[in-house]
Design a protein around this ligand. Sequence first.
Ligand code: NAP
Length: 331
Amino acid sequence: MKAIVLDNFGGPEVLIPQDIPFPSIDSHEILIKVYASALNRADLLERQGLYPPSGKPPKYQIPGLECAGVVEQVGSRVTKFQIGDRVMALLNGGGYAEKVACHELMAWKIPNDMSYQEAAGIPEVFLTAYDSLVQKAELSFGDPVIIHAGAGGVGSAAIQLALAGGMPVLTTVGSSKKANFVSSLGADVVVNYKESSFSDIALKWTNEKGVKAVLDFVGKNYLTDNIKSLQTGGFLVIIGTLSGSEANINLGQLLAKRLTLRGTALRSRPIFEKMQLIKLFEDRIMPKFYSGTLKPIIDKVFPFSKVSLSHEYMETNQNIGKIILSLEEGN
Ligand SMILES: NC(=O)c1ccc[n+]([C@@H]2O[C@H](COP(=O)([O-])OP(=O)(O)OC[C@H]3O[C@@H](n4cnc5c(N)ncnc54)[C@H](OP(=O)(O)O)[C@@H]3O)[C@@H](O)[C@H]2O)c1
């Protein structure tokens, strides 16, 4: 099969499809014929050799944390799927390939009217956003939240989930095109961080009380303003560190406001925890895709042969929502 194997690390030019054997499956696994896969920022770091796969090193280091396709083989103890089922899956890697093996509980069915390309854009960002909002930030109906990088993959998923759960959203973006997009999702307040201070606007928006939680992907540059924006007892959830990971923190403010600072990483979590999260997501959130309340946001689809261009594109910060790799015939 064709796969992107990371034999060398570096720029997008190292992403060259090569031929390797099909993966074999064990008794609880399924083999998915991949029709679409999606990019994540972690893939860019992995490509540069800065984010090695967690756990036992695989024989072939293939990036790709999610995919959508058809079940082609089932292990002897698989009960959840049959051959021919359309599925999406959260992966530990291996998504940039024509076939991938995964545990049956890491996959779930695709709604009938959803394409493979749309489905491939769901697992990583919606699971991260759901976990961050509900389990890490402990938000509930009516709690105001700041969601940074609102037009990105995780940000746009988090805005939709927060609004569906009745949480008012202030979001930050870096361009007027992205501002228009997050407004169309229904965000209550949109701040172009290149023009205004989000913390000043957040405090005004909440009558100086502050928000209940901040979902942050930016790290260093936002730390002071994130803490300033939070109400007493609030939660700062660190999901990414796009501007840098080392910053000074005023512990006095953390203490005085009784804040909770939480970091989160989906990929490195034990598989059992990921399965629990997927089960909750299937039961509580997937129905919202069937009803149309939630939708995957797809920016651009690249054919698998152009994977290096897709990485170059993500590195320019232009994408609104997800960047997809198509492995369907003809690409
Ligand atoms: N912890 C986890 O489990 C987990 C899971 C998934 C993703 N992540 C992380 O979450 C972050 C977002 O992922 P994503 O998939 O949403 O990425 P994405 O779709 O590429 O969106 C990221 C956006 O962040 C903004 N941005 C980039 N650098 C910035 C900076 N220095 N300051 C302010 N904004 C900046 C850009 O939008 P603007 O043009 O609006 O600035 C960019 O388009 C990444 O760091 C990723 O690694 C973590």
